[in-house]
Design a protein around this ligand. Structure first.
Ligand code: SAH
Ligand code: SF4
Ligand code: F3S
Length: 458
């Protein structure tokens, strides 16, 4: 059943209804599927309107200040629903729950549940405890925040999409990049056992999924905490053996742990898409060193050159940050020039945002906001220009498009993605959803292409 679907149930239903709001990255999207799966296993049903839900969950992101602020404004709205329907349960999950539990309790003492990313298996028990308590005794929130707990196998998932599926391969992160809150929010690296991953992938293929995206904060670190027999390239070989005729993607790759064997795997494995998301963060060696990233600009350049040489048609995307503490104009120029030289197909650009508890938050030497803003704007303009140019260069080419959905508000058009992860819009009916179509690009945009099918391919 779709998460947040339009089915309406009332508070009189035997078990009740829920509504989940998800912020942040793919890990959170995948986690919300687990939260929904756990609730559905308890007999709860999704509703599309928070005013009608018995349980409201906010799955939060703490990566920058802006999403964190949004959590507190959304909480205000949720508390209004609770005032109108006093039995409503409000839960805060995700990364802000883990790192800002105290602030949540102070700002919104009416919140019933605060659950960190490693504790979702506790949701049914905590929810039952909250719902069975008398209003007077439920003043204090039920809190579960064991950030180093290991996440169990076999939690149910109510997936939102019928064509593409996320599969976690690792949880957490051990890297502690100086700016990043993720290791604090999600705990240490925990790799899932290969057999558990392969079982999940096989189950998804049996259910008709056509694209598997392997997820981890740093997929290249996969297996470092296991017995060492299976590293990430080896895992890809095993996943590909199950996924022939379908698609496999993975995100996020870290340049520090990137190996020649991964490039070989991407080159040789038919299901593995020619798409690499490889965050650069900065193109200046001194900034990279202070970020604790563990590579230099020239090492990054080398990986890209090797990957482009070995993997024809490779699409490359990245994340980059401006205004890291102490970043000089010359250092920013190094980032700008490297990005212009590499010509990414897509790049996400961010202004550094200090996160309390991280090393960078106490480095001092902050770059003034107007300077950050100007750098961001200059970089984002160049990135958009290059992405448009790269798409334009591919006009007239044929792509394999996996059709994922009907285009919202445009009946008669469907959209999907190329193997390089570019959006592709084409005329077509909903029967094409879940099919791979060969299509020619006729118009190029910043986000991808419009075109039409040449012939269906499977
Ligand atoms: N695991 C991934 C990224 C996770 S966070 C990796 O290692 O690259 C997603 C992106 O948010 C990062 O790549 C980074 O560019 C950005 N980001 C993380 N912390 C940030 C901060 N404090 N301020 C601004 N951007 C940040
Ligand atoms: Fe954050 Fe670095 Fe880990 Fe990515 S690798 S999640 S940027 S600490
Ligand atoms: Fe945000 Fe947590 Fe993902 S901080 S980016 S939701 S890992």
């Amino acid at each position: 059943m779709p998460l947040g679907g339009s089915e309406c149930y009332t508070a009189q239903d035997m078990h009740g209804t829920y509504w989940i709001y998800t912020m942040g990255c793919q890990m959170n999207e995948r986690d919300s599927e687990t939260l929904a799966g756990l609730l559905q296993a308890e007999g709860y049903r999704p509703v599309g309107n928070p005013a009608e839900a018995d349980v409201l969950l906010l799955n939060t992101c703490a990566v920058r200040e802006k999403p964190e602020h949004k959590v507190f404004s959304l909480l205000g709205e949720m508390l209004r629903h609770k005032r109108e329907r006093p039995g409503t349960v409000i839960g805060v999950c995700g990364c802000v729950a883990q790192v800002q539990a105290e602030a949540i309790r102070v700002a919104a003492p009416q919140v019933d549940l605060i659950i960190g990313p490693r504790n979702y298996a506790d949701l049914p028990a905590l929810l039952a405890a909250v719902r069975s308590a008398s209003p007077a005794s439920s003043a204090a929130a039920c809190v579960a925040l064991d950030s180093d707990r290991s996440i169990p196998e076999g939690l149910p998932a109510a997936r939102t999409n019928t064509v593409t599926a996320y599969v976690n391969i690792t949880y957490g992160c051990n890297n502690y990049c100086a700016y990043c809150i993720v290791p604090y929010a999600r705990g240490p690296l925990q790799s899932r056992r290969p057999e558990d991953i392969l079982r999940e992938v096989q189950g998804l293929l049996d259910a008709g999924y056509r694209q598997i995206t392997l997820l981890g904060q740093n997929v290249n670190a996969y297996g470092q905490d296991l017995d060492g027999a299976v590293d990430f390239p080896e895992l890809l070989y095993r996943v590909d053996a199950l996924c022939r005729g379908q698609r496999v993607r993975f995100t996020t790759s870290h340049p520090k742990d990137f190996s020649p064997r991964l490039i070989e795997a991407m080159r040789d494995l038919p299901s593995v898409c020619e798409w690499l998301h490889l965050p650069l963060q900065a193109g200046d060696d001194e900034v990279l060193a202070r970020m604790g990233r563990g590579y230099t600009a020239s090492r990054y350049r080398e990986i890209v050159a090797e990957a482009r040489e070995q993997i024809p048609g490779l699409a490359l995307s990245t994340d980059v940050m401006v205004g890291f503490p102490g970043e000089t104009e010359a250092q920013f120029e190094n980032t700008y020039r490297l990005m212009e030289e590499i010509r990414f197909d897509q790049a996400f650009t961010f202004k550094f945002s200090p996160r309390s508890g991280t090393a960078a938050a106490s480095m001092g030497d902050a770059v003034p906001e107007p300077v950050k803003q100007a750098r961001l704007q200059r970089l984002a303009e160049m990135v958009a220009r290059v992405a448009r140019e790269r798409n334009r260069e591919q006009l007239g080419q044929e792509f394999e498009v996996l059709v994922e959905e009907e285009r919202p508000k445009s009946p008669g058009q469907v959209r999907g993605r190329t193997r390089g992860n570019r959006l592709f819009i084409l005329p077509g009916s909903p029967e094409l959803i879940g099919r791979m179509v060969r299509a020619r690009a006729e118009e190029a945009y910043l986000w991808g292409f419009k075109g039409r099918a040449v012939l269906p391919v499977g």
